[in-house]
Design a protein around this ligand. Sequence first.
Ligand code: SF4
Ligand code: SF4
Length: 332
Amino acid sequence: MNILMSDRQAGLQMKQVSFHEKLVQHNLHIQRQSIEVLQLNLGKKCNLACHHCHVDAGPNRTELMAPDTVDRILHLIDKQPEIHTVDLTGGAPELNPEFRHLVSALRARRKHIIDRCNLAILQEPDQSTLTGFLAENTVHIVASLPCYSENNVDMQRGRGTFQSSIEALHALNGAGYGINSELQLDLVYNPVGATLPPDQVQLEKRYKEKLLEDFGIHFNRLLTITNMPINRFLHALQRDGKDQEYWQLLIENFNPKTIGQLMCKNQLSIAWDGEIFDCDFNQMLQLGCHATKTNVHDIEHFQELCELKIRTANHCYACTAGSGSSCGGSLD
Ligand code: SF4
Ligand code: SF4
């Protein structure tokens, strides 16, 4: 099964409706309307190696965004003032040696900065000043915590991860995160298995009660994200013989109301090597956007990539199923 085919039936059985056909059935098309958010993948190196990881990140990966690429992106950001948010991801973005330089440069430009943080990184011995640095720069932290139960988190992210995440959350609360209105701390939930996430509002309520009661932890919002059937998660589904069941679940729950809110409509995703994609997931599949020049070193202005038709394929079902899904949580 080759998802990179990105054509009619990639990943699906013949009887199943492709994402392109589904859009036609509903008379929908997906086109970028603006570029307000940049998501930068600073590299594939990570202190963890989670089962659901769509980046295939891990401690042995060496791909990191280079200093000249970081500087080129800052130059292009200066030419596009409507970019208000820069979302830093990886791997563990904090492991890129350019991370602090980039955060300081974005802060000087008054951008909203998001750090997609796996929490355990804050507990690494060589990262003892990281929490303070993030707070000083009012970086918005979006942290994965796939469950409030130790067993579920350790099953998905590796033994001991839950405990170190709780310690990191205590340290973040201690620095004012989740308490001081300027220091936003959001948590991310994704299902442990081949299911859709539950209702975001209800689950947030449950997380808040459990984390406060059991650990005295405060946070702002819970974002529910649907697992994307690509890379490591797809391989796990295939290994367990659950891939077709999962595709069927996504297809049956297609929700046309999510199309207007898709994150690809107002953002671009940039890979560690400067290549530009419509979203982080397309980046992982190496599905380039519909443009002739697609690297930050080759373009003169991000505007060249605005108003392009988005490169969609069957994995887009994961963004449009149920309440929808994006890096900012549910959509509908
Ligand atoms: S922490 Fe995130 S980037 Fe790192 S392995 Fe886990 S899912 Fe992948
Ligand atoms: S995977 Fe989601 S965000 Fe990416 S192009 Fe498809 S619908 Fe848009």
